[in-house]
Write a protein that binds this ligand. Structure first.
Ligand code: ATP
Ligand code: MG
Length: 362
């Protein structure tokens, strides 16, 4: 069977804070999964870019960062950021130095209420407590394009501009991705989030491109929401939503809201995809480096383990991904939960419980 076993080379960048703790938990689980499923093998190589590297070398990543990363099938990322480095330096130094140049333009965040965990919401319309959303965030332009500047620094009349860049190509490709993601889900329902009443250039272009792309997806029901009204709809009528797409800034905010509504940042996964497949995609938990709990061994590893499951699905191991998701669900249902979900288990106990569940399912 050895020639039928697929092999993957993955680079892990655990980086800062709880990153190393949750990434090593995810690797342990993935190796257990490879062992029990026997359908693939996987090798992880670690690269120690992050704040410690920055303090030694004056930069967050190696000079040939893209060349290095392109040798791998995928990237498993922890989290970047440290209390003594300004966030905009660490973020641009590491994560944004990868996302932009590799054109990982689709940031995809599945959001679900998990069995055994408590959602903060009850749908007032349908009565259904379930949240099951796919949040799609444009990941390369918009409000985070880095264009702008400052003049008269330090003066009372200082001026700063932060220019949001929207391109037809950038909007079209994320819109097409979102429509086809919506089409692949049972409800075939897409909500396009903009702010086209008060932002009359880029956001109006978003609306126009949405209409244009929608014509290629006649079986997808879609609607438009202003981002402010969208926050209300997410809280009051969660069951009326399925796939959601919006700009870099809007979805940065709404995806955190979504994760909190569904339960905890500690379970929220994300994929940074290059849908063209030319570059390796990057998978990471939504949460940050969480220095308040770093080194205590209590971080919830589920967000990173779920991100690793998304990675396997992206690499083509759909069956292995489903097995892993089932294992996570069973462990949650059994009440093996970390403190952020109201439980008392630590990182190692949750990780071990998921591995044991994989042995049973495998
Ligand atoms: P960053 O600036 O890197 O985004 P942050 O301090 O803004 O970090 P997060 O690290 O995202 O915020 O987390 C916010 C809080 O949520 C943390 O202080 C931590 O208590 C909690 N938290 C985040 N991730 C986890 C996790 N995996 N398990 C348990 N608690 C978590
Ligand atoms: Mg944060």
């Amino acid at each position: 069977t050895s020639n039928r076993t697929r092999h993957y080379n993955v680079v892990s960048i655990p980086a800062d804070g709880i990153g190393p703790e949750v990434v090593s938990a995810a690797i342990e689980v993935i190796q257990k999964l490879a062992q029990v499923s026997k359908s693939f093998t996987i090798e992880f190589e670690h690269i120690l870019w992050g704040t410690a590297y920055y303090k030694e070398h004056g930069r967050y990543v190696d000079e040939n960062v893209l060349e290095v990363l392109r040798r791998y099938d995928a990237i498993l990322f922890g989290s970047v950021g440290a209390p003594d480095v300004p966030d905009h330096i660490s973020l641009w130094g590491l994560l944004l130095a990868i996302r932009g140049p590799l054109q990982l333009y689709a940031n995809v965040r599945p959001v679900r209420t998990f069995p055994g965990t408590v959602s903060r919401l009850r749908d007032t319309k349908s009565g259904a407590p379930e949240i099951d959303w796919l949040v799609v965030r444009e990941n390369t332009e918009g409000e985070y394009s880095g264009h702008g500047g400052r003049s008269h620094r330090g003066q009372k009349w200082e001026v700063a501009t932060e220019v949001a860049i929207f391109t037809y190509v950038g909007i079209e490709r994320i819109m097409r991705f979102a429509f086809s993601a919506a089409q692949a889900r049972p409800k075939k329902l897409l909500t396009v989030v903009t702010k086209s009443n008060s932002m009359r250039n880029g956001m109006v272009l978003w609306d126009e491109v949405a209409l244009e792309v929608s014509r290629d997806f006649p079986d997808v029901k879609w609607d438009k929401m202003l981002v402010d009204a969208m926050t209300v709809r997410m809280v009051n009528f969660p069951g009326s939503l399925d796939t959601i797409v919006g700009t870099n800034l809007h979805m940065d905010i709404l995806s955190d809201l979504a994760a909190a509504l569904a339960g905890s940042l500690g379970i929220a996964p994300s994929s940074n995809l290059d849908p063209t497949g030319k570059n390796p995609s990057l998978f990471e938990p939504v949460h940050g480096s969480a220095f308040d709990i770093t080194g205590k061994g209590v971080a919830n590893p589920v967000a990173t383990i779920w991100s690793a499951a998304e990675m396997l699905g992206w690499l083509g191991e759909a069956e292995a991904k489903d097995t892993l998701m089932k294992a996570i669900e069973n462990v949650c249902t059994a009440g093996v939960l970390t403190a952020d979900l109201g439980g008392t288990a630590n990182t190692k106990e949750v990780t071990r419980a998921i591995c044991e569940e994989l042995e049973k399912l495998g």
